[in-house]
Ligand binder design. Structure first.
Ligand code: HXC
Length: 517
């Protein structure tokens, strides 16, 4: 007895029909544009021979309005799970060659099914988005399908990492699913994400615009903040996914992949001293400092093009995975504004969800003063940082390099906001407000009467720095842990991180805090 050969042939024929829906010519045209096919994206993500597909034979109802019996292989989405560099991952990939990868009821069922599978077994989800949005022929079924996808995104949020890769269009309501995920990667030339495209905008508002202006990767990565990374093409996007996964745990009950076998080096790092400008007004390049502090100088920067006055990203310090949050004095003197506050708060919350310790590097003159900032809600936005740091229960280590003034000092994870250790360099200035501003408030009359107003102001500001803003004032009041030599920072951070990795913090039971939105 053996299985009838025609059954095997029938199965193979069905598979071949469902999986090979694109000619070599069309494939070559995709490759020339930096695109991969939907299946190639999954093949590139997963280790050979580890992908198991779910729902290959699932089909939409071919009798739907306007479909004329047309078949849609795999209903325009390939879903399944596999291993990527030995990490188990669930993924789906919308197939633009099948009616523009549009989403109907069956596609939504496949997507939510693989997402719930990821939730059950506790593994990350990677979603390749390449879709014209709701499949119009399916009407409210498509709408309902999107509702199911969004709800499932929310269920998974905070449990397993969710990474969206936008490879082509991501139109209409479809864009809300990436917005509910942890990281969004867009390819530079092919990805477009928008609620309403240029045609609708023209019809409704009369204003002409372009796809790049309202939905391009560059715009989302620098202006709207909807994209965390720009990739040059699909291959690059997948390598970014793999890099991200190398810093994240499979789910919120696990630790990130620390390498605790790495020894803590006690090596002094004198080169770091040379990065500190002589003049307190000259900016320090925080990227250069970070390169000295993290393993191999490697930082996977998140949101690199958005709110560049603050730097956030993942790195390792002597093997321990950390999230870095650092002011960048080279941009807007490192002042915190609306976007910087959103960027930092969101990143700290991401670290907290996935048990990643947070290292905060402070050189901040304050919140950016200005009418637009106040009217834009800097109080509400800045409060997001206080809320995010205050709620974060992973290890939090702060280093104050130079300026740490007023509310921005607290918002950059001071001891009061729950930092487990706060180190300051001898160059630190910690004060209720900047020296120049304080002098203007306190010594208005003296300055008005001074023969040389500028010289008098500089003299008083210097005295203020030495008397009030010196790190030893904070150290003697026990508001910081210690004043350290810059060359010892990496070593001190490594020790502090190892010691706080098993930290446990009890909080009052509640559904969730009310983060200012
Ligand atoms: C059904 C669609 C479709 C859609 C495209 N197609 N979008 N079919 N529903 N939403 C079909 C086209 O008719 C065409 O069919 C095939 O897919 C390829 O599309 P083309 O337009 O030829 O491709 P291209 O020129 O590359 O343009 C791709 C595109 C464009 C940019 C995605 O098609 C487009 O703008 N589509 C509409 C996008 C949109 O408005 N989406 C919002 C839907 S409403 P044939 O038969 O020629 O192969 C929505 C609300 C959901 O999403 C709300 C949820 C909260």
């Amino acid at each position: 007895m053996t299985i009838r050969p025609e059954l095997i042939e029938q199965l193979r024929a069905r598979r071949a029909k469902l999986t090979q829906n694109m000619s070599e010519e069309k494939l070559a045209a995709l490759h020339a544009k930096g695109l991969l096919s939907a299946r190639e994206r999954l093949d590139t993500l997963f280790d050979d021979g580890t992908f198991q597909e779910l729902g290959l034979h699932a089909a939409h109802n071919a009798t739907l309005f306007g479909m004329n019996g047309r078949e849609l292989p795999a209903d325009g989405v390939i879903a399944g799970s596999g291993y990527s560099g030995n990490i188990q991952v669930a993924a789906y990939s919308q197939d633009f060659s099948v009616l523009a990868g549009t989403l109907g009821k069956m596609q939504a069922r496949k997507i939510t099914r693989i997402m719930r599978h990821a939730l059950k077994i506790g593994v990350p989800v990677v979603a390749f988005k390449d879709s014209g949005g709701a499949r119009i022929q399916e009407g409210v079924d498509a709408l309902s399908g999107y509702g199911d996808v969004f709800y499932t995104n929310v269920l998974l949020s905070g449990v397993v990492p969710q990474i969206a890769v936008i490879c082509g269009p991501c139109a209409g309501g479809a864009s809300y699913s990436p917005a509910l995920m942890d990281f969004v990667i867009m390819t530079r030339h092919n990805a477009h994400m928008f609620l309403t495209g240029p045609e609708v905008i023209k019809a409704v508002t009369g204003r002409s615009t372009t796809m790049a202006e309202v939905g391009g990767a560059e715009m989302h990565a620098t202006v709207s903040g909807n994209a965390h990374f720009i990739a040059e093409d699909d291959q690059h996007a997948i390598s970014l996914v793999k890099q991200l996964l190398s810093y994240l745990p499979a789910n919120n009950t696990e630790d990130p992949p620390h390498d605790l076998a790495v020894p803590i080096d006690e090596m002094d790092d004198p080169g770091i001293n040379d990065l500190i400008p002589d003049n307190a007004f000259d900016p320090l390049d925080m990227h250069a400092v970070i390169r000295h502090l993290v393993d191999h100088g490697e930082l996977l920067e998140v949101h690199a093009g958005f709110a560049r006055n603050i730097i956030v990203g993942f790195a390792r310090i002597c093997g321990v995975v950390v999230g870095i949050v650092a002011n960048q004095p080279m941009v807007m003197a490192g002042a915190l504004d609306l976007d910087a506050a959103d960027k930092a708060a969101r990143f700290v919350r991401t670290c907290n969800i996935f048990n990643v310790p947070v290292v905060t590097l402070v050189d901040v003159p304050g919140f950016l003063p200005g009418v637009e900032q106040e009217r834009g809600g800097i109080i509400r936005h800045g409060a997001k940082m206080l809320s995010a740091y205050g709620s974060c229960t992973t290890p939090k280590i702060t280093v104050i390099l130079r300026k740490a003034y007023g509310g921005s000092y607290l918002a950059m994870c001071s001891q009061e906001l729950g930092a487990d250790m706060v180190f300051a360099w001898p160059t630190a200035e910690i004060a209720v407000m900047g020296a120049e501003a304080a002098v203007r408030v306190l010594y208005r009359k003296e300055l008005d009467q001074a023969a040389d107003r500028q010289a008098k102001a500089a003299e008083l500001a210097q005295a203020y720095r030495e008397e009030f803003a010196s790190p030893y004032v904070s150290a003697s009041n026990f508001y910081i842990t210690d004043v350290i030599e810059p060359g010892d920072t990496r070593w001190m951070l490594a020790l502090a991180l190892r010691k706080t990795l098993d930290k446990r913090e009890l909080r009052p039971a509640k559904k969730h805090g009310n983060i200012p939105m």
